[in-house]
Design a protein around this ligand. Sequence first.
Ligand code: PRT
Ligand code: ZN
Length: 285
Amino acid sequence: MTQLKIALQKSGRLSDKSIELIRESGISLTNGNRKLLSLSANFPLEVMYLRDDDIPRYVSDGIADIGIVGENVVEEEQAPVETREKLGFARCRMSLAVPKTEAYDGPDDFTGKRIATSYPTILRNYFAEKGIDADIHHISGSVEIAPGIGLSHGIFDIVSSGSTLISNGLREVEKVMDSQAVLIAPPSLEQEKEKILADLLFRIRAVKKARDNKYILLNAPNDRLEEISSLIPGMKSPTIMPLADKGWSSVHSVLNENDFWQVIDALKEKGAQGILVVPIEKMIV
Ligand code: PRT
Ligand code: ZN
């Protein structure tokens, strides 16, 4: 039987969330201790655990069929793979930073300067696009200490909260790209594998949608039902059921996480009571 081989990061910032996404998609993974390979007992999926930097190449070489990796790594490795789905975790950005005491007027300031990075390809492409001639110094780790020890003028690295930069006396001056975990695949897969991938993506999207939404239940006075329902239109329209208490109804709907607090405030203002908000496990639209 055809199996789809997925490459996941063995250990690091992507590992737990990648495995969690697969498991929440209803796919069991027998081997919890992340040996090189593990098989699913209930879905035609085989997992390979690799270093994240190797994932784009393994996928483009066909050793793995698909993979989950950061967009920054896909961009750096320049492998001929396509992003099939953005996964919404491991969000970060790739930025240039200089010592906070240095003046900065724009990217031209990097002309002739030495910049330390573990992502030379992305930086080279960025400078080429801007027509800037800088000295890119490739180091594999602890990039943030390079200016402090006199190795470089600035750095180009991953930034998330920004606290690493601050604690090293650096200031973020240019964002070059945003990144998040993505599911990658080669431009074409054999038909059987493409079918398994479509099934996997269907499940992943249902999990993502559920994560982005909450199920909301509340009691509303009947004379405010229309206004309250219009605040929570849900997937089609809210479910409205009469309460035993005359003059009141129970309203059920789905609410997007991003609008959450704003909508809750508006609902309270319109007289909604007993608001319950519960997580959704899967959401198929
Ligand atoms: O061993 P392997 O090669 O598999 O792993 P790795 O050490 O190369 O990567 P890992 O596990 O550290 O990160 C994997 C991916 O997570 C990255 O390629 C990014 O896509 C994503 N990601 C998201 C991050 C961060 N956030 C992040 N904050 N990767 C690294 N960082 C580091 C960054 O390098 C810097 O040192 O955290 C520091 C910055 O964090 P703040 O919050 O202080 O700004
Ligand atoms: Zn890596």
